[in-house]
Design a protein around this ligand. Structure first.
Ligand SMILES: [Zn+2]
Length: 341
């Protein structure tokens, strides 16, 4: 574990082909029952092994235990009917058939606690666990019960807080909330989005992170990015609010992205998980490219608050590409660490 520039990933890594079809997002499991549980654990062990030997400091489970970053969590709640589906527009970008909120939402059982316990037992390094953020959860459902995005988000925030506390008790060091919706619904971010996020993180001793993002390299996202112009200034809306919030770490993408780096100044004082690895392009960055991205960021974030990371998850990549990118990330961080002495 490096005290300076500790490396990490946003979360997901490709799954082995025997667990789920590779290079496809959200692909269904190839195993069932007890064999599936065993298969997920084996995949998690591989994810830990590869991150460790490639020099990643803060480990994730590679999201080997979940199919979808939002739905897998919601599947474990009551009040949501997965057979009753409606078509809604996700993040104002693409239509999807989604489950319906039909009653009071409640966490019936721990969702990821067993998986996190397994991860904890698999490594001595610090571990990070990702949960969906309240606003992104709301945006992935059709609500016929609360009939208010804010009310539903508030309910989810309470549920997420229960899960986050259980994950913390299982030994998770950093709880990360994935909130790609923060780059889309600016009025809601201001009105209740950040407040709901803080509610989800309330009372935690573990550090908390928020990952806002422009998504995987899927067509709906690349088409959307094409409409954003030459400078992506969306973080400009959420960063001043997050700077004043209780969240410890903010994750953003910087490699091959059109995000002007000076926006990082808006979260001065927070730790920054800086994306120095592109997840929409299979070309593996050189260590020098990674170091260069990180070096440029130092104008806006103090070195002791910089956490080199990936832009987003790497689930859709061929395994070899993702693993080489892990190596590039740690080699790039090492170059800069040497420079900083
Ligand atoms: Zn992302």
């Amino acid at each position: 574990m490096h005290a300076l520039l500790p490396t990490t990933t946003v979360g997901s890594l490709p799954k082995p082909s025997w667990l789920a079809q590779p290079e496809v997002l959200w692909s269904p499991w190839s195993l069932q029952g007890d064999t599936l549980i065993e298969g997920k654990q084996d995949a998690l062990r591989i994810a830990v092994h590869e991150q460790t030997r490639r020099g990643i400091d803060i480990l994730s489970d590679g999201e080997q235990t979940r199919q979808h970053f939002v739905t897998t969590f919601i599947e474990n709640l009551s009040g949501v009917d997965f057979d009753k589906r409606e078509t809604v527009r996700i993040r104002n970008r693409y239509d999807a058939s989604v489950p319906t909120v039909v009653g009071e939402v409640r966490r019936e059982r721990p969702v990821f606690v067993d998986d996190a316990t397994f991860l904890r037992a698999s490594t001595d390094r610090p571990i990070k666990w990702a949960l969906p953020g309240p606003m992104t959860m709301v945006d992935t459902l059709y609500d016929s019960h609360y009939k208010s995005r804010e009310k539903l988000a508030w309910e989810f925030a309470g549920i997420l807080n229960e899960e986050a506390k259980a994950l913390e008790a299982a030994g998770v060091d950093i709880i990360q909330f994935d909130e790609p919706s923060f780059n889309v619904f600016f009025d809601e971010v201001k009105d209740w989005g950040v407040a709901a996020l803080e509610r989800a993180a309330e009372g935690l001793r573990a550090q908390t992170a928020v990952h806002i993002c422009y998504g995987y390299g899927i067509t709906a996202n690349t088409d959307w990015k094409a409409t954003l112009g030459s400078q992506w200034r969306q973080y400009e809306e959420s960063f001043p609010l997050l700077q004043r919030s209780s969240v410890d770490i903010v994750s953003l993408e910087c490699q091959n992205s059109h995000v002007p780096m000076d926006l990082i100044e808006l979260i001065r004082g927070k730790k920054v998980m800086l994306g120095a690895i592109d997840v929409a392009n299979e070309t593996v960055e050189t260590p020098e490219e990674v170091a260069d991205t990180l070096r440029r960021a130092l104008a806006f974030v103090d070195a002791d608050k910089l956490i080199p990371s990936t832009n987003c998850g790497m689930a859709p990549f061929p395994r070899g590409v993702a693993l080489q990118k892990l190596s590039a990330l740690s080699a790039g961080a090492a170059i800069l660490r040497d420079e900083l002495g």
